[in-house]
Design a protein around this ligand. Structure first.
Ligand code: ADP
Ligand code: ZN
Ligand code: ZN
Length: 740
């Protein structure tokens, strides 16, 4: 299927997307014309050349070919930041689906009128003695918020007011007495002073005296990113190996070169401590965006970036669209995190999108992680990206925790049916007696529909796809990839045991059991229920950090990026539950989660312990996680991916149809598959089947998969599906997503 035609929008004024016109793609431009590219086209009666954006490609045209005009030529590269972001939006739509309007709303912000409000600073004006005196008084009276603020002043006498309220939860009433005493004053930011590098009042741009000298590995990392011909680098470094110091140095170099930088950090790890590290280095040249900002606040910060008043933007994935005019660097920390995938249309992947955006402005991209996704590691090994390794902890003496695997099948044989193995119970007691802190991680990414065996630990999997089957209310087990189904089993197909079923236990239940087993311990719980409210989750973190509790129980949330210095035991309650997720990445996600969880224990001088409870201690993801062996994991994982043609060996396009009329969706999905398979080249089709979430919000969903070696082939299939869908679908909607 040759893409002979292009849909071109001649005039895009930010939100108002004109009707597209169809043009013929001349042969010599076939390669170059892709969505997002700007072209010159003859337009109107006089055929005067006008600039337009290519927004889509088509294999056939509704109008007869003789009525169409050919594209004249390509336009110079985008000249302004707005054009660049529009191009990015068009690419986003092409790559991830949705409408152009949705893509434009993600990439560009419509102009708003905002009051020119200057960022304010809080400055402690007193002496060191006065500061310590205040701290002492605050701690006597247990004024926790005030203590927090004063502690922050101890590190830096100047703090961004927005940072104090956003990230430290400092309220007006906390500030009031300090402001009244005159020890703390408000000052407006003097951006000019900061630009000149006046570190004085603004805490401006400069290297703090206590910043560590980079070690040789870190220096090499900086050199590679700056000088390599390859624009993208993967920084594979264990927790605490000094990745953040590398980011800071690179950003400094980038600013020195007159360019700007974007730093993506998963929202949950965007804590005061993290932001402060950047602030101490770059002062008010940085700004932060996060999801709780109002539209106006976000716009204000983006405008400051456009005007060059701030030059480093830190935030979760949406910070990627900061309108910097001279972008030099994009850093993505913990780039394996699922938070970098948007959950709303267009479901873009921020890592991929960052690489695309960087290519527009010749910026460098640095992807940091202790557990890089297998696809990226493989592409780096193949030489597509630079691969930089940091294999040791940067602080001398800091060691990784001791990890002990506990086989829960053995506990069962000992008639121990509680959620605590004997080993974990003893360790918790020991740590409580020593007044050290404990975290209990309930791995609940487990898909509730998965069925597994308690005797041998294995999930019941699809014979064709090697992923877990899911249980349907009608009593059948089904594969959501290929549609295979069979009646629910009574005995384990592997070992014959009858101890089979769906397992799932909530954090609340765990809390109850902890209280029962350790009545003297004080317990905090962090999950979706306890973190509602504006600062819910920051508040729990703060309490635990300030040692108001001995044990913190929680789901994934507790293992991401927090630094609890006094935690010396991490107990992982059900390590293998996430292996049962019906997703080809379940082993990788399990490995990532476990390594991250293990990294939470013993971050200070006291060595930490980690106990991993599992029904499947022999699984390679669990074995490798216990010995923190990334390479070992990667090798095994690649065998699996290659065998099954999963990425990076092949690519997967999932197509979901959803609609209110079950019969209509059913027929539409089959018709769609019939038409698209008639044009089949090298790709294969799986399904259609009911989607794992078959009925949601009164909408029925069916899905099928398309597999191919080449992503480019799938992109073409996707364009065709959209074309066919347009003619075929009435009330059903089509959703497409790659490799997920
Ligand atoms: P990561 O981002 O990889 O987890 P960090 O950059 O946060 O690692 O570094 C971990 C700790 O090691 C921090 O306390 C940091 O100040 C310290 N550190 C980093 N680099 C060095 C260095 N070259 N020399 C001494 N300490 C360092
Ligand atoms: Zn079994
Ligand atoms: Zn299957």
């Amino acid at each position: 299927m040759l893409m002979k035609f292009a849909d071109i929008v001649v005039d895009i004024t930010s939100k108002q997307v004109d009707r597209p016109f169809t043009y013929i793609i001349p042969e010599e431009l076939e390669e170059a014309v892709v969505p997002g590219v700007r072209v010159n086209v003859p337009f109107g009666r006089g055929n005067a050349l006008r600039t337009g954006y290519v927004i889509g490609l088509k294999s056939r045209s509704a109008l007869p070919e003789e009525k169409l005009k050919p594209i004249d030529s390509l336009t110079e590269k985008a000249v302004g930041i707005d054009e660049e972001l529009v191009s990015l939006a068009i690419w986003l739509r092409y790559r991830y689906g949705g409408t152009l309007y949705q893509a434009l709303s993600v990439c560009t912000m419509s102009r708003m009128k905002v009051e020119a409000r200057k960022e304010r600073l809080l400055v402690f004006t007193g002496t060191d003695d006065q500061l310590r005196d205040q701290l002492y008084k605050a701690s006597l009276k247990k004024y926790k918020a005030r203590e927090r603020l004063l502690n922050a002043f101890l590190e830096n006498r100047v703090i961004l007011a927005s940072l104090a309220s956003d990230r430290l939860s400092i309220s007006a009433s906390t500030l009031k007495p300090l402001l009244q005493s005159g020890l703390v004053v408000y000052r407006t930011v003097d951006t000019d002073a900061a630009e000149k590098g006046d570190a004085g009042t603004a805490g401006g741009f400069g290297r703090p005296e206590d910043a560590p000298e980079l070690n040789s590995g870190q220096k090499e990392a900086v050199r590679t990113v700056l000088t390599s011909e390859k624009p993208v680098s993967v920084l594979f470094g264990i927790t605490g190996s000094g990745k953040t110091e590398v980011y800071l140095e690179l950003i400094a170099r980038c600013l020195e070169a007159g360019k700007e930088a974007i730093v993506l950090i998963p929202e949950i790890a965007l804590t005061y401590q993290t932001v402060m590290r950047f602030y101490r280095r770059f002062g008010n040249l940085i700004s932060v965006v996060h999801s709780r900002l109002s539209k106006g606040e976000k716009y204000e910060r983006f405008e400051a970036a456009r005007e060059g008043k701030i030059r480093v933007m830190i935030g979760p994935r949406s910070a990627l669209f900061t309108p910097f005019k001279n972008l030099g660097l994009i850093v993505i920390d913990e780039f394996h995190e699922t938070a970098y995938q948007s959950e709303t249309v267009p479901r873009y992947d921020a890592v991929e999108t960052a690489i695309k955006r960087a290519s527009f402005s010749d910026a460098r991209v640095l992807l940091g992680s202790a557990t890089p996704p297998a696809e990226y590691y493989e592409r780096a090994l193949r030489g597509e990206f630079n691969l930089i390794r940091l294999t040791e902890r940067a602080v001398r003496g800091a060691v990784l925790p001791k990890v002990q695997l506990v086989d829960m099948r053995e506990e069962l044989k000992k008639k121990n049916r509680s959620i605590f193995s004997d080993a974990l119970r003893e360790k918790i007691r020991e740590k409580l007696d020593r007044k050290e802190q404990i975290m209990l991680f309930l791995n609940r990414r487990g898909y509730s529909g998965a069925v597994s065996c308690r005797a041998c630990g294995l999930p019941v999997t699809c014979p064709h796809c090697s992923i877990a089957l899911s249980y349907h209310r009608n009593g059948w087990l089904q594969c959501h990839i290929c549609g295979f189904s069979m009646p629910m089993v009574k005995e384990c197909p592997e070992c014959g045991s009858g101890l089979i079923g769906t397992f799932g236990i909530g954090t609340e239940k765990v809390e109850e059991m902890v209280q029962e087993a350790f009545p003297d311990a004080s317990v905090l719980r962090m999950d979706a229920d306890t973190t509602t409210g504006k600062n819910g989750h920051q508040e729990i973190i703060r309490k635990f950090q300030e040692q108001e509790a001995d044990i913190l129980i929680g789901t994934q949330m507790i293992v991401k990026g927090h630094d609890f210095k006094k935690v010396t035991l991490m107990g992982i309650l059900a390590a293998d539950l996430s292996l049962n997720v019906p997703d080809y990445r379940s082993a990788e996600r399990t490995f990532q989660l476990l390594v991250q969880a293990e990294g939470r224990a013993g971050r200070d001088e006291i060595p930490g312990d980690c106990i991993v409870q599992t029904y499947l201690p022999e699984h390679y993801a669990i074995q490798a996680a216990a010995s923190q062996d990334y390479e070992g994991f990667f090798e095994r994982e690649m065998v699996f991916r290659n065998q099954m043609n999963y990425p990076p060996k092949g690519h997967l396009l999932s197509v979901t149809l959803s609609g209110a009329d079950r019969q209509e969706v059913f027929q539409a999905v089959h018709e769609l598959v019939r038409q698209i398979t008639a044009e089949r080249e090298d790709e294969s089709y799986l399904g259609p089947a009911e989607s794992p979430l078959f009925k949601a919000k009164d909408m029925y969903r069916y899905l099928f998969y398309v597999k191919s070696r080449e992503l480019s082939r799938l992109l073409k299939v996707k364009s065709r599906l959209e074309e066919i869908g347009e003619a075929l679908l009435k009330d059903s909607k089509i959703y497409l997503s790659f490799d997920s």
